[in-house]
Design a protein around this ligand. Structure first.
Ligand SMILES: NC(=O)c1ccc[n+]([C@@H]2O[C@H](COP(=O)([O-])OP(=O)(O)OC[C@H]3O[C@@H](n4cnc5c(N)ncnc54)[C@H](O)[C@@H]3O)[C@@H](O)[C@H]2O)c1
Length: 354
């Protein structure tokens, strides 16, 4: 505790030996005043928002007085080239492709706001070489995906999808055989990034033991443990869940050889990218009983809009997949919650405001 005497003693310390009062900045020699930013009238800044960007983000930009045009859909390359000519800021989601040809036509473009997670729909090399800043929202929907996976782990262990489908068809099928609690089981997380690590924390809270595999050595959260290889994870985990990006090395990373290494009666969840799992190999592993259940939120080919498109015309194995039991199929909704969409709207709009 500091006494009155200490304060008096401190008072006699020469200035040169004192710590700066608030931050190191206070001790630095004074700098020349910052250059004033070039003032601009917000009404002169044209912002084009495509693909029905969340209303919260639109409201923020309108509230600041920017000239905002918001469209509900994406545009074709030729339509974009026409529309983007005099725009200063463009806000897109994942369907709008900002190719070098489109960006070349944008003579005033300063900022691209990707109101989504990925940026692979933008020619980043072209943008960087022409001084166009590109922003995204890398973890706005992390929590939503992690919560969905928790729901799926329990739903698969209890065969909830099948029981619910049976009841919808009028069938009462009260069974407990091959239905499990998740407490004390092992969850294997492949890719311990934003989603994988968030999931790790949630999973431990419901009594799962967590192991993970990642190409990078990462700090383990809670009592989770990193394992050296994917094979180690597959051999030990009761539930395997995939959270890696779509890269050449992750395409088909779970195929026949990997299913053969998984425990008999284990479960697979993929809410990362459709390219990561070899679906015909999954169908075989489920038919043989090696995999007792699976949840898929993402697919190699996904339709551009909602409708009756999930069939063998979209993916050759579509009909075979739909016949499997204890298989939860969802239309890429991992990150689709009100909270995530609002967060993406705000995070996408903020860089444009500054
Ligand atoms: N289903 C959905 O709606 C939805 C929503 C958001 C994100 N996603 C997808 O989820 C995935 C993970 O997202 P994130 O935000 O956690 O990404 P992230 O970049 O934070 O984490 C990815 C992790 O995977 C690791 N990794 C990369 N290559 C690997 C490999 N070959 N083997 C093992 N680990 C590897 C990386 O080191 C990193 O730690 C992405 O594919 C993303 O597109 C899906």
């Amino acid at each position: 505790m500091t006494s009155a005497q200490d304060i008096q003693t401190l008072g006699s310390v020469p200035d040169s030996l004192r710590s700066p009062s608030s931050s190191w900045g206070a001790a630095l020699p004074s700098r020349s005043p910052p250059l004033p930013l070039k003032p601009f009238n917000t009404q002169d800044i044209k912002i084009l928002l495509l693909e029905n960007v969340n209303q919260t983000g639109q409201d923020m930009l309108n509230g600041q007085g920017y000239h905002v045009e918001a469209l509900k859909t994406s545009l074709t390359e030729d339509e974009l080239i026409e529309k983007i000519r005099d725009v200063h800021v463009i806000g897109i989601r994942s369907r709008t492709k900002l190719t070098a040809r489109v960006l070349h036509a944008a003579k005033n473009l300063l900022v691209v706001g990707c109101f989504c997670i990925g940026t692979n729909q933008v020619d980043l090399d072209y943008a960087a070489s022409h001084g166009i800043a590109v922003f995204n929202s890398p973890f706005a929907n992390t929590r939503s995906v992690a919560e969905l996976v928790i729901a799926e782990i329990i739903a698969l262990a209890r065969q909830l999808g099948d029981r619910s489908n049976e009841m919808h068809r009028g069938t009462w099928n009260k069974v407990g055989s091959q239905c499990w609690e998740v407490r004390g089981k092992t969850l294997g997380i492949v890719g311990y990034g934003h989603i994988g690590s968030q999931l790790s924390v949630l999973a431990e809270a419901i009594g799962l033991d967590v192991i993970y595999y990642d190409v990078v050595a990462l700090m383990a959260l809670g009592t989770s443990r990193q394992v050296p290889t994917l094979d180690d994870l597959l051999q030990e985990a009761d539930f395997v869940t995939l959270h890696v990006p779509d890269l050449p090395e992750t395409r088909g990373m779970v195929s026949t050889a990997q299913f053969a290494r998984m425990k008999q009666g284990s479960y697979l969840i993929n809410a990362s990218r459709g390219s990561v799992v070899d679906i015909p190999a999954l169908i075989a592993a489920m038919r043989s009983g090696r995999v007792a259940g699976a949840a898929l939120d993402v697919f190699p080919n996904e339709p551009a809009g909602n409708g009756d498109f999930f069939n063998s015309s979209l993916n050759a194995w579509g009909d075979e997949l739909r016949e499997l039991r204890n298989l939860i199929l969802t239309p890429h909704i991992g990150g689709n919650t009100e909270e995530a969409q609002r967060a993406i709207g705000i995070e996408g709009a903020l860089p444009s405001l500054s």
